[in-house]
Design a protein around this ligand. Sequence first.
Ligand SMILES: [Zn+2]
Ligand SMILES: [Zn+2]
Length: 323
Amino acid sequence: MKVAQVSNDTIKINNVPDEELNGRKGAVVKVLGCGLCGSDIIKFEHKTVPAGTVLGHEIVARVLEINSDTDFKPGDVIVTTHHIPCGTCVYCKNGNVSMCRHFKETNIFPGGFSEKVFLSEEHLQNVAYLKPENLTEMEASFYEPLSCCVRAVRRAKLRAGSDVLVLGLGSIGILMSQALKASGMKVLGCDILAERVEVLKGFGVDAVTNLPPDYRPDAVFLTAGADKTVEIAIKTVRDGGKIVVFASTPDSFPFPNNEIYYRELTVMGSYSPDLCDMRESLELLRSGRVKVDGLSTVYPLEELEQAIRDTKNAKIMKAYIKI
Ligand SMILES: [Zn+2]
Ligand SMILES: [Zn+2]
């Protein structure tokens, strides 16, 4: 089968032996498509994964072969992803599922950017769902990234009706804005790119390229990986407000101790989803409360590297690798 493997500065398409069940519990699925995540791009660019790694975890696939206690059967089209929290460790018990060691270790083989993937029984039982019939494969591929946003919204514990600014309207900012709105917040999206502002407005959420001068939101969600946005977030959030960090930045900053202390700010990070966020994410997509039509651009597996470049250069919002 064909796989797209990280190989130093490039991505190579190689042939490797097919994934097979070989008596194991779990399923072998034919990948139909896989979304390209910002975290895939960072792993590739910062070379944090070894050569030969197959990235991709926002998977839509058809079940080929299965040996499982679940109800999935051959032919089912499912959505799935890679990491699963254990539910019992100190991190899980305190709601920090992204820090769970089991979560970090669990994976799919070899990765979403390949023709076939092996899913363990644990994956089938916890993070795989039938693709809702009213969603296209591409729409359903937003199940995992949206679930990350759902968790960030939940973790922020904002009062209904709070004013929330989403800074950065890439695909994650667009999802985050809609997830916040769906949970009852008054959302304003902001991006320097006018076409991205228009995309969010098209989904029924207010958005601007320049913030109103007296705007002091209760919370700011940082969904752009730019240094400048950190400064804007601290300056804009109201005294006593929250900043939710959902993007890495090129530089690290001195800890703004006095701003946080004197203005009683809460700064928090949020990364990956818990199981309940995944269920809610799929329901938000199925019900149309979060819309994703038109967000993705399709690339064949052979053009994964081009898709990475185009996403990085903001030529596209989101890449869907059709396999
Ligand atoms: Zn992702
Ligand atoms: Zn755990």
